[in-house]
Design a protein around this ligand. Sequence first.
Ligand code: PRX
Length: 632
Amino acid sequence: MTLSRILTQQEYETAYAASVKDPEAFWAAQAETFTWKKKWDKVLQWNFDGPEVKWFLGGKLNITENCLDRHLATRGEKTAILWEPNDPNEAAQRLSYRELHDRVCRYANVLKRNGVKKGDRVCIYMPMIPELVVAVLGCARIGAIHSVVFAGFSAQSIADRIQDANAEFVLTSDGMMRGAKKGAVKSVVDEALATCPDVKRVIVTKRTGDPVAMKDGRDVWLHEELKHVDANCPAEVMDAEDPLFILYTSGSTGKPKGVVHTCGGYMVYTDYTFRNVFQYEEKDVFWCTADVGWVTGHSYIIYGPLLAGATSLVFEGIPTYPDAGRFWQVIDKHQVHIFYTAPTAIRSLMAQGLGFVEPHSLSSLRVIGSVGEPINEEAWHWYKDHIGKGHCALVDTWWQTETGGIMISSLAGVTDEKPSHAAWPLPGVQPVLLTADGKEIAENEQEGLLAIRFPWPSIIRTTYGDHERCRQTYFSSYKGYYFTGDGARRDADGRYRIIGRVDDVINVSGHRFGTAEIENAINESEFVVESAVVGYPHDIKGQGIYAYVIAERRIDDVEQARAAILATVTKVIGPIAKPDKIQFVTGLPKTRSGKIMRRILRKVAEGEMSNLGDTTTLLDPAVVEEIKAGRL
Ligand code: PRX
């Protein structure tokens, strides 16, 4: 059975209504399209108190059979992974479904040969090379639980994650290519493993050829190991609710927690959302610019596209190497149809000017997407007009590590789009807005806490090793709901606009503002490139608003520039949202994944200059010094 996509607004409404009326029948119909080794006995069992959520109970499958084996008959020679290296002069690589299947099976046999068994946790710390995809799928092939750690994280972060998951195996590379430089990988792992004595085996892929230390009895080269295996590796039979992976994510408290996703539900949901949100067609080349180290890379570089039999482009490099036109050059080179990136990338490339965009035609693009943070209106329009050339559908996709797949988004060109609005819940997703005391808000044109009242197939199952933490974080604030931690607003027609984390909400004189909402307003000032807003204690208002602003050019008359911003904010939101302080800066403290570290900004705004906490994950720690020095 092959399921068709939703193709019209009417079909969306029908599918949505059906998914709410009878979620089990709706998702069972989607699940029917996959290869199961044994069909499920029961579609869903759940309560949000435990929480305990199980989908496709009793079903047996292997996700790699659905990503690979299932396609061999019809798409064996089709490109599965199209790899674009960091250096544009190095040749791109194409792995057909048959070749990828072969490589995954061999890799899985290497894992087995080295003692990895079903249920074992395997830490993967690798750059964006084809072997990263192969390693992830190799784990899934034999039922080992992968825990990918973004290859920009520090040794300490790797060690924390290895210890939390009790991982005994690490898959890595010698080094990595990143822009004009090479980066260390294996040596970072070595440093991490100094505090991880339980790690038995490290399998190293050669990428840069730089010399690395190999510890006798612990470290082995992949290319040596591959000499001892063949490509015959039957897929391990997994229960639908067996863990597929752990992915660590930061919360508002404590150390990162290991979000656990399971095989069956995650498979069904990532496939469904991939095909429908992006309106994927068989001929399409799909490019998600995320790193596999984040959930976006898991769901929309690897699993979603491969489940659908798509060609997924994997990019090793960075958007500004050799220059800020690289994304656009790659789109033309590989004739990309669907492009999915983050607002932070869009804004930074926007700041580089159209000179980097104009030499490229971008005529292959049909759909462009955004994920990870609210996309401000200016960036939305720039993306739509200059990258999408006005005619591409633009999907603003809201979701989280914990949700596994896209939850709220337009369906490209099918349901309408509105700048800065993620818009419509996917079929099967039942969002609600809650008041602070947990009451559902029925009316539109209201703002509230975004929660979900019914499970979808790829909902977080637990936080690894600490189920109580999962309950506390997501299911205890509002009984009977999964709480997202985000604030949102519904417009007059019911579209959702994500405001931002509620821990970033500022309460000014009893009025609440999303930091993103104020930033959006500030960014409408013509000379502003980007801004970040935090709250700080204010004697009269409770909290005041502190804005850090990056201007397009050097500001000569600071007071005049501040007045212009205040006028814009007054115009866009109202006088009450006017920042109390505006500091002009040349950069903001961003993590390597592009998120602004507001904690640091908040501390500086509060005058707590000495105890800024961990700044090691910052892309450029030097900006912190500049901000401290310029504090108002
Ligand atoms: O605040 C929301 C924001 O990113 C958070 C989830 O982050 P993470 O688990 O790292 O996953 C990012 C990629 C899925 C959310 O709680 N967020 C994500 N997408 C959007 C967004 N905020 C606004 N609009 C979005 N499209």
